[in-house]
Design a protein around this ligand. Structure first.
Ligand code: PLP
Length: 358
């Protein structure tokens, strides 16, 4: 079944007025956005319209009680002029899971994929070509029904907006603070859902850690503050001896698409990666006995970010002399090569959007 999406084009493109030398990260949005609305028990009116503000009821439930979910993925324009969207099917599935946790009605995943195809194709001139840059795609669902009862809303708006973004990876390795006091997610909570509340909860710990001179927070579990969970808004990996380890998904960790891709690439290389609980004590011990070789974060925005230092209770561990490690560097290159079409895509991760002048 083909999905019918009405398109109302912008009269003028804003692209010429944009600083394409440094697009920032979400500083500027492309010409168009996708929208559809949920009312009277169904998702309705999928449409592409010019990007811009819209009226919202001050009583909208999403504004008051945080009934919102979102996603983040990227589109690339390769040297072959083909548009590649990286694993949008995984984002559709995860958005569906997040909706389920927040009592947001299910949507048709084929509409999600068709919306991205058409939106990205329409704004293809906004896709940066430089290696490391991309068109970031941000889907968002927010409860729009005006009411003050704490209950699931009966009306929602679904958006997809896009923004050209710069490379995050500057070649440096970041400094983490193992967070003993604040918690990102607790068992039974929303840690596995991509929702605004988790991000709001991270702002104060994030700014405190930055004031103390760190780059990001290394989240520990919410019960004992002892087991490693995530780094900032990324999943985390360690290379200890000849093994790679990452925390197993147990409801408090966001199931990252980059994490999943790293696991597959490691398997391709014949490297063992175990998903299990990792105590911060184990990291300290592995640093002391010299077996901790590398640590890195994985997420869509930055792809792979090497971790150079971790501060735990005021003591700082330098990992790999605080320099980016070979595995992190190689994984970054592998993923970016696949995303840009510079290397084969053996797992069929890219969704191709036909090229050609319109
Ligand atoms: C989005 C996100 C990630 C990374 O997921 P990707 O699909 O790889 O972008 C990791 N942790 C948190 C908390 C996130 O919100």
């Amino acid at each position: 079944m083909t999905v019918s999406i009405a398109t109302h084009r912008a009269e003028h493109s804003r692209l010429a007025s944009v600083n394409t030398e440094d697009p920032g990260f979400g500083d500027v949005f492309s010409d168009h956005m996708f929208q559809m609305d949920y009312r009277d028990g169904a998702w309705r009116d999928p449409r592409i319209v010019p990007y811009g503000p819209f009226p919202v009821e001050p009583g909208a439930l999403g504004l008051h009680y945080g009934q919102t979910v979102f996603e983040g993925l990227k589109a690339f324009l390769g040297d072959d002029d083909v548009i590649r969207v990286f694993r949008p099917d995984r984002n559709a599935a995860r958005l569906a899971q997040s909706c389920q946790r927040l009592c947001i009605p299910a949507f048709d995943e084929t509409v999600f994929l068709a919306a991205i195809d058409q939106l990205v194709d329409l704004d293809r001139a906004w896709i940066p070509r430089q290696r490391g840059r991309a068109l970031y795609i941000r889907p968002l669902i927010v409860a729009t029904e005006a009411n003050l009862n704490v209950r699931p809303a009966d009306a929602y708006r679904f958006f997809i907006m896009t923004a050209p973004v710069r490379a995050y990876f500057t070649g440096g390795a970041i400094h983490l603070k193992a967070e003993r006091r604040y918690t990102r997610a607790a068992p039974g909570g929303m840690g596995h859902a991509k929702t605004a509340g988790n991000y709001a909860a991270s702002l104060l710990p994030g700014s405190e850690s930055q004031r103390e001179g760190h780059d990001q927070v290394l989240w520990l579990d919410g019960v004992e503050h002892r087991y490693v969970e995530e780094v900032g808004q990324m999943n985390i990996f360690f290379r200890i001896g000849d093994e790679v380890v990452t925390p197993d998904l147990r409801g408090t960790i966001l199931p990252g698409v980059t994490r999943e891709s790293v696991l597959t690439l490691l398997e391709d290389e014949g490297l063992r990666c175990r998903q299990r609980r990792i105590g911060i004590d184990e990291i300290i011990a592995a640093h002391e006995d010299g077996s901790l070789q590398e640590a890195f974060g994985a997420g869509t925005a930055s792809v792979i970010v090497p971790v150079g230092r971790i501060s735990v209770d005021g003591h700082t561990l330098a990992i790999n002399d605080a320099r980016p490690g070979t595995l992190a560097t190689r994984l970054y290159d592998r993923i970016v090569d696949i995303q840009r079409g510079d290397a084969p895509d053996p797992h069929g991760w890219n969704r191709l959007i036909a090229s050609g002048p319109r």
